[in-house]
Design a protein around this ligand. Structure first.
Ligand code: RP5
Length: 168
């Protein structure tokens, strides 16, 4: 059975098709951990009705965690968090004008009461959002917990003790 044939537990949403090259890293990380997920374009300002429908129904639809990526005036993660009790992890996308500083500050500066777990700008944030989602699911899923442990162990084992000269 592949990760996609059972009910998705993680929703990966993003404000635009242009966010996918970064957000794909979250999907790939979840694939590595065999965690079923679904990816959708949901724009807070271009498709507000789609956002409302997604966020208000996310828990009832079986999702347990939402990963939301957005760039610029990045209100998608915060608006999503305002409409669902699920944990929302925000990924700031690197914007052209301000290199993602705008995205980061838009997502991280949530007023008290509606939290968004904010990750790093770009690919590192997308990968880590997936790992945070895995950690949440691992609390109640032994298989995911074991695969997450194995992922971390393989990562540690992949780090050499001594640096080598690399080919220019
Ligand atoms: C945001 O505006 C999206 O999340 C994207 O990062 C940014 C630019 O979107 P496009 O103009 O490329 O569609 O809503």
């Amino acid at each position: 059975m592949t990760a996609q044939t059972i009910k998705p537990r993680v929703a990966i949403i993003m404000g635009s098709q242009s966010d996918w090259p970064v957000m794909k890293a979250a999907a790939e990380t979840l694939n590595e951990l065999q965690i079923p997920h679904e990816a959708k374009i949901v724009s807070a300002h271009r498709t507000p009705d789609r956002l409302y429908q997604f966020a208000t129904n996310a828990k009832a639809n079986g999702f347990r965690v939402v990963i939301a990526g957005a760039g610029g005036a990045a209100h998608l993660p915060g608006m999503t968090a305002s409409m669902t009790p699920l944990p929302v992890f925000g990924v700031p996308i690197e914007s052209k004008a301000l290199k993602g500083q705008d995205s980061l500050l838009s997502i991280v500066q949530m007023p008290a009461g509606i939290p968004v777990g904010t990750l790093a700008i770009g690919r590192a944030g997308a990968v880590n959002a997936a790992l945070m989602a895995a950690s949440v699911l691992a609390l109640s899923d032994k298989g995911i917990a074991e695969r997450l442990d194995a992922y971390r162990m393989a990562q540690s084992e992949g780090v050499a003790e001594v640096p080598i000269d690399e080919e220019p």
